[in-house]
Design a protein around this ligand. Structure first.
Ligand code: MRU
Length: 345
């Protein structure tokens, strides 16, 4: 399955809003369209957002008519600003934009002209895309060793192939364990309000024929109490220097339940999800989304008109609830301030 890709016509992605009932692959031929697709969650998931933003920036440069390096740079910085304003929580977005800026500056410093700059930036965006798949496979290999044979793994939201350029982070760990020959079952939280678990995780795991049981979010504690869950693996949108982890709303609830039941709670994320500039999770910006996601399901109203609604898209799990953080460079354990810094290098 292709989450997002560079094509001659523009940036092509699977429309994740339409899944699982329809498999649509719109092509965005303008960078404004790509930014809108990120904002509207046609594409979502922290690494996928970063990759898509890089491809969108490359598209903006490719289609730019700027005649000079100065004009191209002006346009480039405006495109970066537009991408940065799409979604606030996933730090991979800002990581990808910063990387594109560094490469632009380095190429400009060598005296590259506008056509050469365009080529360099398109190649860089494609490299970000390709590296993300390799990164996920490495996360999968490191994490697989932590998953016991015969385990039922609970996951929240979608941290799979659809949330990355391919393979996934949390679901990459599950795929890695299966590739080791282990027998693994998955419990997928439906993940209200956007239903990434029901619509996306269940869909991609079923495509891979990985045994999956879908549950509503409020069933997780019940199954942990019954001893049906052996470990939890989730993704992350931003991890502070001390290991506090922002992920999809409801993750914190799962982590508290895991602690209560003595079940290991693992976070799987690339190094690009670390934000070592933030001392703790208190500083992570949390996106608020439209009340319509709470009051409506698939366009159908499920709450009384006029009711007050809160819709934070993410919560922060404190580091003491996290058993380990699985990255492409290895596994970090408490104290996270030291272990994450060592992995980040
Ligand atoms: O709002 P979303 O769907 O972009 O949120 C996605 C998540 O919270 C994922 O768990 C996270 O980005 C990790 S994806 C590998």
């Amino acid at each position: 399955m292709i989450t997002v890709e560079w094509t001659a016509e523009g940036v092509r992605m699977i429309d994740q809003r339409a899944l699982p009932t329809e498999e649509l692959y719109p092509v965005y031929s303008t960078y404004e369209g790509v930014a809108e697709a990120i904002r509207e969650m046609v594409v979502r998931g922290a690494p996928a957002i970063g990759v898509t933003a890089a491809l969108g920036i490359a598209l903006g440069l490719k289609t730019s008519l700027a005649p000079s390096v100065v004009a191209l740079e002006d346009e480039f910085l405006n495109i970066c600003d537009l991408m940065a304003a799409t979604r606030p929580t996933a730090v991979n977005l800002f990581w990808a934009i910063d990387r594109m800026k560094r490469v632009f500056a380095a190429a400009k410093a060598t005296g590259a002209d506008a056509p050469a700059l365009r080529e360099t930036m398109i190649a860089e965006a494609q490299a970000i895309h390709a590296e993300d798949i390799d990164t996920c496979r490495s996360i999968g290999r490191h994490g697989a060793d932590l998953i016991p044979d015969g385990a039922t793994v609970l996951t929240h939201c979608n941290a799979g192939a659809l949330a990355t350029a391919g393979y996934g982070t949390a679901l990459g760990v599950i795929r890695g364990a299966i590739e080791q020959g282990k027998t693994i079952q998955v419990f997928a939280d439906e993940t209200r309000p956007f239903l990434q678990g029901a619509r996306l995780t269940a869909w991609e795991l079923m495509k891979d024929e990985i045994p999956t049981t879908l549950i509503t979010d409020n069933m997780a504690g019940h199954f942990m109490k019954l001893g049906r869950i052996q470990c939890i693996v989730v993704g992350a949108d931003r991890i502070a220097a001390n290991g506090d982890t922002a992920n999809k709303i409801g993750t914190y609830m799962v982590a508290v339940l895991a602690k209560r039941h003595g079940i290991p709670f693992y976070v799987a994320a690339p190094i690009s999800t670390l934000d070592l500039t933030l001392a703790s999770g208190d500083e992570i910006p949390i996106e608020d989304r439209t009340p319509l996601e709470v009051t409506h399901i698939k366009g159908q109203r499920v709450a009384p008109e006029g009711v007050a609604v809160a819709n934070p898209a993410f919560d922060v799990t404190p580091n003491d609830l996290v058993t380990a953080i699985i990255t492409e460079r290895g596994v970090a354990r408490a104290p996270f301030t030291e272990s994450l810094r060592a992995l980040a290098g």
